[in-house]
Design a protein around this ligand. Structure first.
Ligand code: NAD
Ligand code: MG
Length: 333
């Protein structure tokens, strides 16, 4: 209890207090007439917000298209609203055609950033949708297709992004390869190498090439996974690449701190994306996808968009070497 609480208020103090109250009220109404407060948004129960299992059986050849999934994932196409948090920023997002990458690409553009996306040539239909949406925002939207398993392409990707955007401030290393195998005996050396090249080598090549262009205040964000700390038995190779990703976020966060470059990770739980319907999950897992979480449903890419924005923006300025989780109640980031 503060000392003033014990002293009875004099009449003068009360009158003064009331006077101050009126002054505050008058200031508030003057402000209200200048800026209308945003309309109240409905309180939404996260449990019923998005589709729940059981899901229809479906399968696509790798890497899959969001446009062919049933139900279609929500990347924030009609819902994400920006507020200038990334105005003037220039971002490159790998795997920006679908899933978390597309959600980040749409959100970044609506927050005022110019965005380049990388994806595989087979994903052109998904990429074209992102390009159209981001151009509507009046932002530069750059499409740079190519295979990240090639070091020379990774270097060229950065060069093209820097040229097309006039520089680079945000690198989102999000592309990933995931194929489920019941047994380690089912994983060929070629498959193992494909996963390692995509998930471990490509981020290494991309970050090395990007670093000379990143000024203090720039950020690197990696898509890791709850698999890094809580691996499932059918993702032997994939899960270890995510442990590596979480680990490099922590080492690079420290290494680049003195340069003023922040490095953070996002660790999703089960999210409804093409990666899962093109070999990432078994059909049995897919039909009940997300059922194992306390929310009883998978996440949608848009539900993670705000995390990527937060980590990319100056509002996240004290966060580096961190991994932010979003897993419907499961997972340890
Ligand atoms: P997604 O299929 O929409 O995105 C993955 C993207 O990776 C593809 O769109 C593709 O463009 C890109 N890619 C893969 N191999 C490539 C290559 N060789 N060259 C260039 N691009 C390549 O699926 P998503 O789930 O949004 O995946 C994004 C990230 O999120 C991945 O790193 C994934 O491991 C991670 N993640 C996903 C989940 C999930 O449940 N969906 C959970 C945890 C982490
Ligand atoms: Mg894709």
């Amino acid at each position: 209890m503060g000392s003033n609480d014990q002293i009875p208020l004099s009449r003068r103090q009360i009158v003064g207090g009331v006077g101050t109250g009126l002054a505050v009220a008058a200031t508030r109404s003057a402000q209200a007439s200048e800026a209308t407060p945003p309309a109240a948004r409905p309180l939404v129960d996260p449990i019923g917000q998005y589709p729940k299992p059981p899901f229809a059986k479906q399968s696509q050849p790798w890497p899959g298209l969001a446009g062919r999934m049933e139900p279609k994932p929500d990347h924030g196409e009609t819902s994400y609203r920006g507020s200038g948090r990334l105005a003037g920023r220039r971002a490159l997002i790998t795997g920006g055609d679908s899933g978390m990458g597309r959600a980040a690409a749409i959100a970044f553009a609506r927050e005022g950033a110019d965005v380049a996306i990388n994806y595989l040539p087979d994903e052109e239909p998904d990429a074209a949708e992102v390009m159209a949406l981001n151009r509507k925002e009046g932002r530069i939207a750059l499409a740079i297709p190519g295979d990240l398993r090639d070091e020379a392409f990774c270097q060229d990707l950065i060069a093209q992004a820097v040229r097309g955007l006039g520089g680079l401030d945000i690198v989102v290393s999000n592309a990933g390869r995931q194929q489920a195998h019941a047994s380690i005996l089912d994983i060929s050396t070629e498959q193992f190498d494909w996963t390692m090249k995509t998930n471990i080598y490509a981020p290494f090549w991309i970050i090395k090439a990007a670093l000379p262009h990143l000024k203090p205040g720039s950020t690197i964000i990696a898509s890791t996974s709850e698999q890094a700390t809580d691996p499932t038995p059918d993702l032997y190779d994939y899960a270890q690449t995510k442990a590596a990703t979480t680990n490099f976020v922590r080492s690079l966060g420290k290494q680049l701190a003195q340069k003023g470059i922040r490095v953070n990770g996002v660790a999703p739980g089960p999210i409804w994306t093409p990666l899962q319907v093109s070999g990432g999950a078994s059909m049995e897992k897919l039909e009940k996808f997300g059922a194992q979480t306390p929310f009883g449903r998978p996440g949608q890419p848009v539900e993670l968009a705000g995390i990527y924005v937060q980590l990319a923006s100056a509002e996240g300025s004290y966060a580096t070497g961190q991994v932010y989780g979003s897993a419907g109640g499961n997972g340890l980031p």
